[in-house]
Design a binder for this molecule. Structure first.
Ligand SMILES: [Fe+2]
Ligand SMILES: [Fe+2]
Ligand SMILES: [Fe+2]
Length: 414
């Protein structure tokens, strides 16, 4: 009888564990700093589809999770969403039935991945708490990509927007203190500084000022391609999150602040997407997107301290290696080109790592906060012509008060 009760208790514990356990946390695994996609394990596409219970796993515990586990969840959700959304766009412009079917198959696997990953966020984490996580991603991801970006111009583009997302983190932190009486420090855990960057009010620009020069697919390093898809995906996801959730808040100032910052993220997506070489074919883009998914999962798996979540990153990496090879096979068949002809390398390094970047961010802040985009370059504010189109745009959107300024003023007079 006792042993029966014991078995039952174990069964109940393991079931409850499946539902609410944050998973055991272990030391950070031994880190490898290079990704070799042609040597990695792949899982056949037919074995990738999940049932509802394997797809939707227990969320992390918001009070115990490592800040950078939260940022990895946020980033990988964005990476998956970009894969799915781009694949849908391509499906609407592709006639070849074989390519359409392969894309649909991969897209369904990525769609399930997206749900697994995004559903790791717990339901008791407020929109504002999640938002602080999104801006922590923006700061520490952008800094990590910039530090390791081989192209000087692309690095400048990353540094430029870094200071803007850095300011968003500060404005949202004030809003969270005001509305929920919560300290954003508990979310960022001292890993990312919270203070003003380039003021959000001056980040608003005319669409003409969001264009950037693009790199050349014939000479660009594979790491730049990876940085490109990673940052486009991350910024796009941030834009989508603010667009979607701004309307779920009740407070008028909060609704306006989300709209204001969603518009900056819209600008960031426009800026970043213009950096990629648009002459790459859709199949080349699709292959690189799948490679980038694998590279990001691999990076996450090397640095994830939560064992349960690390096993998700590793498994999905093996899925993505399969997607990558499927796309490459189509490229070889229809474009007579292997991805190695394009990327000219069989390894990618270094990996993408979430870690504190305070020194780097402060240096960029000190040296570049006064820069503005003009004619696809970044110039000191003082040297802008008086007819810079963004002056006119700013006077329109900022007429009648600026939510990102009001949130600061209100906090100061409390
Ligand atoms: Fe995926
Ligand atoms: Fe951004
Ligand atoms: Fe994929």
């Amino acid at each position: 009888m006792n042993s029966l009760i014991g078995v039952l208790m174990e069964k109940i514990k393991s079931t409850i564990g499946n539902i609410v356990s944050p998973g055991p946390t272990t030391e950070r695994p031994q880190e490898k700093n290079v990704f070799k996609p042609f040597e990695e394990r792949r899982i056949p596409i037919e074995d990738q589809f999940m049932n509802w219970n394997t797809m939707i796993k227990a969320p992390y515990d918001k009070d115990r999770v490592d800040a950078y586990t939260r940022t990895r969840v946020i980033l990988m959700n964005g990476i998956e969403n970009n894969s799915v959304l781009t694949s849908h766009a391509m499906a609407r412009m592709t006639e070849n039935e074989e390519i359409k079917r392969a894309m649909a198959l991969i897209r369904r696997a990525d769609s399930q991945h997206q749900e697994t990953v995004d559903w790791l966020n717990p339901g008791n984490q407020s929109i504002l708490e999640t938002t602080i996580g999104y801006e922590q991603v923006a700061v520490d991801l952008t800094a990590n990509l910039a530090k390791n970006e081989p192209e000087d111009y692309f690095r400048q583009v990353l540094d430029f927007a870094l200071l803007e997302d850095f300011d968003h983190l500060y404005r949202y932190s004030l809003l969270m203190k005001m509305l929920e009486n919560k300290d954003a420090e508990n979310i960022v855990q001292g890993k990312t500084e919270i203070k003003p960057g380039r003021p959000t009010s001056v980040e608003h620009r005319h669409p003409d000022d969001e264009h950037r020069m693009h790199f050349d697919k014939n000479s660009v390093h594979v790491k730049s391609w990876m940085n490109y898809f990673t940052i486009v995906s991350g910024e796009q996801q941030t834009m989508l999150y603010y667009r979607t959730h701004g309307a779920n808040l009740e407070d008028d100032l909060a609704r306006k602040l989300y709209a204001e910052i969603a518009e900056i993220e819209e600008q960031h997506v426009s800026q970043y997407e213009s950096v990629g070489d648009p002459t790459a074919t859709p199949l080349q883009m699709a292959t690189l997107i799948q490679l980038n998914e694998a590279y990001n999962y691999y990076s996450c798996a090397q640095t994830e301290p939560n064992e349960r979540i690390r096993s998700i990153w590793s498994e999905f990496c093996a899925h993505e290696i399969e997607h990558f090879n499927m796309c490459n096979d189509l490229m070889v068949k229809y474009e007579k080109m292997d991805i190695r002809d394009l990327i000219k390398d069989d390894s990618i390094e270094p990996l993408i790592v979430f870690e504190p970047n305070k020194e780097y961010v402060n240096k960029v802040l000190e040296e570049q906060v006064h820069l503005r985009p003009y004619n696809m370059k970044f110039v000191p504010e003082e040297s802008l012509p008086s007819d810079w189109k963004s002056f006119g745009y700013q006077s329109k959107v900022n007429a009648g008060g600026v939510p990102s300024e009001i949130v600061e003023e209100r906090w100061k007079v409390r």
